[in-house]
Design a protein around this ligand. Sequence first.
Ligand code: NAD
Length: 266
Amino acid sequence: MIEQKTNMLVGKKALIMGVANDKSIAWGIARELKAHGAELAFTYLGDPILKRLKPLAEQVGSNILIDCDVSSEDSLDKAFTELKTHWGEFDMLVHAIAYSDKEELKGAYVDTTLDNFLNSMHISCYSFTSVMRRAKDMMPQGGSAITLSYYGAQKVMPFYNVMGVAKAALEASVRYLANDLGPTHGIRVNSISAGPMRTLAGAVIGGARDTYKHNVETAPLRRPVTLEELGGTAVYLLSDMAGAVTGENHFVDSGFNVVGMKKVES
Ligand code: NAD
């Protein structure tokens, strides 16, 4: 069971999209939202993931588990129709979903195929827009949504390739969604740019170990980011504590992004 930290989110409902296992960033966020009192529902991609998600969802007292492949508009429609049978409305949404062919996260960006470019953009970027188009009508009291980005959106990182391009588009989408949904629905939209994490998605990027090590050695805090810290930032962005924050990309990376060059030790 999750230790209750505050009652700040009691009465608030959060839809979590993207838990694959207990290392997933979405799981770190789900745990913290629960620790502050939120009620949770999850979407998952297919039965193998459902098997791993079920016991985790039990830990946070949720039995709303909805199959959803974000690359299919039909699947998204069905998922939101099913969500409506449980909740008429909800308050917070977490989109922690990305995909690219791992063979294209090894070589050079210039070799990206059209198929994988479109698929990576579809799942890793467009899906957030598609989700928010459906979610906005279930947030009549206003709401808050976050997605997950990475520094490779802004600077070239080894082997991040087409995912960097997709994350750049995702960060731009955050600004456009914030501007669309603020005036009409009172919905805030932000992204968290996480430092490298040892997750399924993180592991498929070429040289992941070197990237992880370089981040720890270079970041001002000289340590990796924890799931709990990503969760804490999500609680802040999703709650009224961040009531006037929207369209932002918030780094949670032990400060790595502020360093131009690490001092050479002699
Ligand atoms: P993860 O593998 O635990 O999560 C990725 C999720 O995407 C999985 O649950 C997977 O099922 C889901 N997914 C993929 N294709 C899907 C589809 N078509 N429909 C529905 N779901 C689909 O890895 P993670 O690292 O927790 O990734 C979560 C987010 O965080 C991603 O957007 C990722 O790019 C981002 N991120 C990760 C890191 C890192 O180092 N791991 C750093 C910064 C940002």
